[in-house]
Write a protein that binds this ligand. Structure first.
Ligand code: FAD
Ligand code: MLT
Ligand code: ZN
Length: 445
């Protein structure tokens, strides 16, 4: 069966674009954290939508499951072949369409990286509304498939809010296309929105019409220290009540900043139990930040290079955690009022664990989104994950804030979704992917 499949894949995309040698497959078979690894039946790299369709027809014909993969920066084990699937890499679909200055929109291939699109639209004074530190590798298709959140969520919302249209190939090879990107378009079910956050289970996204936002070049960033997480959360709420349009509001903790400082070899500009990275564009907001209640230390930057130096202490958290060992990454949302208590509770819970673990917490403060990173437990031991996710559910939170469910959190989906919701999701999956070839081992239990 495998050799027949490989022959059909070669017919679909050309022999050069079907990787079967172990050395060539290796980079596609392990995730960014090193926690999730498997073995692919083959890695196939189509260059056009028609080739993606031919690949899916071949796989459906052989009953072979497919894992779509973009930049492979996903953090929930959803982009790697854990059960011998075919990896369908979208990276060659990197085309960048002409920017439409009237609509403030652009159509790009699913394999275009975020950084490539940012560079493409910036000369027209435009930007992508979602930004994240994996921008050099993460693809637009992957960001849509995970409905990524990121560093600008407080200002522009999730990836779904940036998507005006898309094209995707269904499991049987049919192409579903709705790329027009009209501002108003009430013609039935929101299929484009449904594909956002579908994690490769409903269709392989091949092109995306992005609704862009104004590029705000002149901004001020500040690291602001507080005595505790409650004071930091109160400060963000206070600024928003005062009408400050925050471009970013990121939360870090003293021990996490120390891990980052050690990793970078650069001391943190601000040391305090809780530290916010705030960013704003309106100069009138500077006064509001300067007079924040409870601030114990501040470092401010408005030129690009010093601003980037402040941001480095936030953005390097992910790589600094990876450098400690293979992390368990739990990306969760709490009601804003529950965040300070949850931080203490989750630290206590991890501290009780055996073997001893390091817990690095950070997150997107305005969204109640905490990233709980635990290094210590073996990759396959998910006792800790179970305890943390149950605590999240007890506190009224969500087990996935922005990274998705993937294979890592499938067994806990019921903590955030009712049986009726899961049944509805399953019915949608069966309608769009009746043969069950599209990422069958992620999302749904
Ligand atoms: P992949 O990792 O390749 O895939 C992710 C999922 O999408 C998989 O389930 C895959 O099957 C599916 N998929 C990929 N491409 C397609 C496609 N074309 N069609 C259908 N399905 C597809 N996430 C955030 O939300 N906010 C952050 O701030 C953030 N920061 C990050 C920082 C770092 C350093 C890293 C490593 C990751 C970060 N992520 C963040 C996680 C990650 O979700 C995002 O980087 C991005 O959304 C993944 O894009 P990708 O192209 O790498 O997708
Ligand atoms: C971030 O906010 O930096 C990301 O979501 C990545 C991570 O959680 O490590
Ligand atoms: Zn994040």
């Amino acid at each position: 069966v495998i050799s027949g499949l490989v022959d059909d894949l070669r017919s679909a995309v050309g022999a050069d674009q079907v990787l079967v040698d172990a050395d060539l497959r290796a980079g596609y078979e392990v995730d960014w954290t090193g926690r999730f690894r498997g073995r692919a039946a083959a890695v196939v790299r189509p260059g056009t939508t028609a080739e993606v369709a031919a690949v899916l027809r071949a796989c459906a014909g052989h009953g072979a499951a497919v894992v779509p993969q973009g930049g492979n920066t996903g953090l929930v084990g959803g982009s790697v072949p854990l059960a011998g699937e075919v990896v369908l890499s979208l990276r060659r679909l990197g085309g960048l369409g002409e920017v439409d200055p009237l609509a403030g929109a652009v159509t790009v291939g699913a394999g275009a990286t975020l950084a490539a699109v940012q560079a493409h639209v910036a000369p027209g004074g435009l930007a992508v509304g979602v930004d994240l530190s994996a921008r050099d590798s993460a693809t637009i298709g992957g960001m849509v498939a995970t409905n990524a959140g990121g560093l600008a969520f407080v200002r522009h919302g999730p990836m779904r809010a940036q998507v005006a249209g898309l094209e995707a190939v269904l499991g049987d090879g049919r192409v579903l296309s709705h790329l027009g990107g009209l501002a108003k378009d009430n013609t039935g079910y929101d299929l484009v929105g449904l594909l956002c956050g579908s994690e490769g289970t409903l269709g392989v996204i091949t092109a995306v019409r992005l609704r862009l936002v104004p590029l705000v070049g002149e901004r001020t960033a500040a690291l602001v220290g507080f005595a505790d997480v409650g004071a930091a959360m109160g400060a963000v709420a206070g600024l928003r009540r005062a009408g400050v349009a925050l471009e970013a509001a990121e939360l870090m903790l003293e021990d996490g900043l120390a891990v980052v400082a050690e990793h970078l070899g650069v001391p943190s500009p601000v040391t305090a139990p809780a530290v916010l990275l705030l960013e704003w564009a309106d100069p009138r907001s500077t006064e509001a930040v300067a007079s924040l209640d409870g601030a114990t230390a501040v470092a401010v930057a408005d030129e690009p290079a010093p601003r980037a130096r402040l941001w480095r202490h936030r953005e390097a958290h992910t790589e600094a955690v990876n450098a400690l060992g293979v992390p368990h990454k739990l990306d969760v949302t709490l009601p804003l009022t529950a965040v300070p208590r949850f931080v203490d509770e989750v630290r206590a819970l991890v501290a009780e664990a055996s073997p001893p673990s390091t817990c690095v917490l950070f997150g997107h403060a305005a969204d109640g989104n905490l990233h709980v990173n635990v290094v210590g437990p073996p990759p396959e031991d998910d006792t800790m994950d179970d305890a943390v996710l149950r605590l999240v559910a007890e506190r009224g939170g969500s087990i996935s804030s922005e990274h998705g469910i993937g294979s890592a959190k499938r067994r806990w989906l019921h903590l955030s979704r009712s049986p009726t919701e899961v049944a509805a999701m399953r019915a949608i999956k069966e309608a769009l992917d009746p043969v069950g070839v599209l990422n069958p081992n992620v999302l749904l239990p």
